[in-house]
Design a protein around this ligand. Structure first.
Ligand code: MOS
Length: 735
């Protein structure tokens, strides 16, 4: 008996994600799953020391392994034009100039690469490459090093911050968050295939094919169109696929050396130091409030670790200019270079980190003043305008979101004093936090093809990293035209398709649906125009009332079959393309997506174990295009937030100069068992100016605010204020 009935496939795909069946049946191909004739395998040899220089590399023994084709390293590589000189390396902004430097910046840095006809041969040979180093001093301890790095102004200072009103009450506290890694299910991989000297094809895991195309073509001095990038299916990203990492270039170099297609897939442990992570951070908050419960000022200082070769700044204080009117405001940042691989954006980058400090400090202030933390927030929310530039919000329903969330969690049951509610050995508490993110939109294009057989194909270069981009495109096309969802096919993630930028920063859906909306309008207008050469009367009709099915065009009392339509017009197919992007509305309005997060926890008195009883997220994401995919986004982000609050921590060992426990046994993610069923609500009111659909991206706000809501609930339960994430049981017991 078959496990699934093929006849059911259409029915299911009609209900859920367009790519769902392809994914779960294994028909959808991820980067590493392509098989090309003559393909061989590359395995990276990682540095065993955290700092120094390579003195020599012995490859003779490794070369003797069967199937080894080539071993590439600093001394024998074919120089990549864009990394030919130290100046070019700097200009390229590529980050780690893999194989183009003999300097070791971190333990794990690729120092050689074995290419062999089988993965097994390449892996074995890689273990036989012998590298000699001149080791030097290193530093991997963020907490030890950051006090030595001075802060610098980040953004405009408002008012004279030291001139606090004499009646002001303060909170002044420090907050830290340990390094967190992304770890999408699909590991990063690249298959590089040179078709001649100047044409390259890459099957690659990323969040934006055009970013890969631009980066690699620039490094090789090629016209972008000569580099074809295919990322049809992507198994998660969370930000790890926004940059082009050294392994992508390594695979490209390998394929050029051996003149065969080469596959390079990172191992799970390599993923911990090869594709970025949320950096370790330190923050200091000084916040003041006057007798009228109005904030009188904020000083927000933040530092994050970076690599020595890549000064990545996570922009942690940005969120301080988004949610509240603080009156006087001063924000400062610094990056702290360590002998570790480069960090990068991770879900809710910067804002999730900064929001933790801000939202915990406000909570603390509320206890200090003995008032409800919701009331204190409401007194100070910037509901009307962006507090930084004074532009009116296009829409902002955070006040409504807070109200709904409070009701859902049962905020009225919360005891204002900590440690006031117990059930046996469990202490019960409630907490909340607000999260916000700039609602963005990028220019994006999409095209369509309609065939006489009634197949509609929608295409864009944008990738779908698991967020439901393709499904949203189908939803918009269906809603605008009536065309049946199960006859719409979506093609994504290919650099030859109509251009669209990265799926990142919560801009994927809000960018592409604009293009699809426009495309649907053009589609109806075109059909009507063509149709009016058949039915003259159609000229007077409004394209908005046209309904298109997979067999016919229907408008008023007229009907025209697709077959007739194409036959009479002597057309083989209909093709259209549309582009939509931000415009002058950006000068008139400020755009924000927001969420109110509420949490009820129980904390065990004797063991410090935290159990999350309820987690509520109320999100203002404008119009919700696909409720199922949107809810799923928020649930996933909420679990990311649970991990951030309670579990995730990449350990770094100073004596070894590197990461420890960097595998999925040593690094603890939140899984379903670590949280309750997440209660997700959408305000679902269209934003009038963000795009034609009124939909704001929600990828980040699901996690921005989750961790402080949990931390604040833990305080309400236990009276213990833990200002360092993750809040593990030992920290609770020791506090
Ligand atoms: Mo998100 S950090 O922009 O993938």
């Amino acid at each position: 008996m078959a496990f699934f009935d093929e006849t059911n496939i259409e029915r299911f795909s009609n209900e859920g994600r367009v790519e769902g069946i392809a994914k779960v049946t294994g028909k959808g191909k991820y980067a590493a799953e392509y098989d090309l004739p003559q393909m061989c395998y590359a395995v990276l040899v990682d540095s065993k020391i955290p700092a120094g220089k390579i003195s020599s590399i012995q490859t003779e023994i490794a070369q003797q392994v069967d199937g080894v084709l080539e071993i590439i390293n600093y001394f024998n590589k074919q120089t990549v034009p864009g990394l030919a000189t130290p100046e070019k390396i700097k200009e390229s902004k590529f980050g780690l100039p893999i194989f183009h430097t003999d300097t070791i910046y971190f333990k794990g840095q690729p120092v050689a690469m074995v290419i062999a006809t089988t993965l097994e041969d390449a892996t074995y040979a890689a273990s036989l490459v012998e590298v000699k180093y001149q080791a030097s001093e290193y530093e991997v301890d963020f907490h030890k090093k950051h006090p030595t790095v001075p802060l610098q102004a980040a953004g405009k200072e408002n008012g004279n911050i030291e001139n606090w009103n004499p009646t002001t009450k303060f909170i002044e506290q420090e907050y830290t968050i340990e390094m967190e890694v992304h770890h999408p299910m699909e590991m990063h991989a690249t298959i590089a295939h040179w078709k001649g000297n100047d044409r390259l094809r890459l099957f690659d895991k990323n969040q934006g094919v055009l970013t890969v195309q631009k980066t690699i073509s620039a490094l090789y001095d090629l016209p972008p169109k000569n580099v074809e990038v295919i990322s049809e299916f992507v198994g998660g990203g969370f930000g790890s696929g926004l940059k082009v990492w050294p392994h992508v270039l390594a695979a490209t170099m390998a394929a050029k050396h051996v003149k065969r297609p080469v596959k390079l897939m990172l191992t799970r442990p390599q993923m911990f130091y090869s594709v970025g992570y949320r950096p370790s951070s330190w923050q200091k908050i000084k916040i003041g409030v006057d007798q009228n419960l109005k904030f009188t000022g904020l000083i927000h200082q933040a530092k994050n670790n970076c690599a020595i070769y890549d000064p990545f700044n996570d922009r942690i204080t940005r969120v301080s200019r988004l949610i509240y009117h603080f009156g006087h405001l001063k924000t400062e940042e610094a990056v702290v270079p360590l002998n570790l691989a480069a960090p990068t954006w991770k879900r809710g980058p910067g804002d999730a980190t900064g929001d933790f400090a801000i939202e915990c400090a406000i909570d603390e202030l509320s206890y200090h003043l003995n008032i409800d933390p919701i009331k204190l927030r409401k007194m100070n929310l910037a509901l009307d305008q962006n507090p930084d530039n004074g532009l009116q919000w296009s829409s902002n329903f955070i006040a409504e979101a807070i109200q709904i969330g409070a009701k859902k969690i049962g905020w009225n049951k919360r005891k204002p004093q900590p440690q006031a509610e117990k059930e046996g050995d469990w202490q019960i508490g409630y907490g909340m936090a607000v999260g916000m993110w700039h609602a963005g939109r990028q220019q994006a294009s999409a095209n369509l093809t309609l065939t006489p057989q009634g197949d509609l194909i929608l295409r864009t270069a944008m990738t779908d990293i698991g967020t439901g981009t393709g499904t949203a495109m189908v939803n918009v096309m269906h809603e605008s035209t009536g065309f049946p969802k199960n006859r719409i096919k979506v093609e994504l993630g290919h650099s030859d398709l109509p251009p669209a930028k990265n799926q990142g920063g919560s801009t994927g859906l809000s960018s592409i649906v604009g293009a699809v909306h426009l495309l649907a309008e053009d589609f109806k207008k075109s059909l009507l125009k063509y149709g009016s050469t058949i039915h003259k009367e159609w000229e007077k009709l409004d394209f908005n009332s046209l309904q298109v099915t997979d067999t016919a065009l229907n408008i008023d009392n007229y009907s025209l079959t697709l077959e007739q339509f194409f036959k009479e017009l002597e057309l083989e197919k209909l093709e259209l393309e549309a582009t939509s992007g931000p415009d002058s509305e950006r000068e008139k309005w400020a755009f924000v997506v927001s969420a109110a997060h509420f949490c009820k926890v129980r904390v065990h008195l004797l063991t410090g174990k935290v159990v999350i009883d309820q987690l509520v997220a109320v999100v203002d994401g404008g119009s919700i295009i696909n409720p199922k995919a949107a809810e799923n986004q928020i649930i996933g982000a909420a679990f990311g937030g649970i991990g951030m609050a309670l579990l995730e921590e990449q350990h770094v060992d100073s004596k070894l100069g590197t990461l420890v426990g960097h595998d999925l046994a040593g690094y603890h993610f939140a899984v379903n068992a670590d949280g309750p069923k997440i209660d997700v609500t959408f305000i679902n009111k269209p934003d009038p100016y963000i795009n034609p659909n009124g939909a704001k991206g929600i990828g980040e706000v699901g996690i921005i605010g989750t961790a402080p809501a949990i931390a604040n609930a833990i305080y309400n339960a236990t009276g213990k204020r833990i200002r360092s994430l993750p809040i593990t049981a030992d920290k609770i017991l020791k506090a």
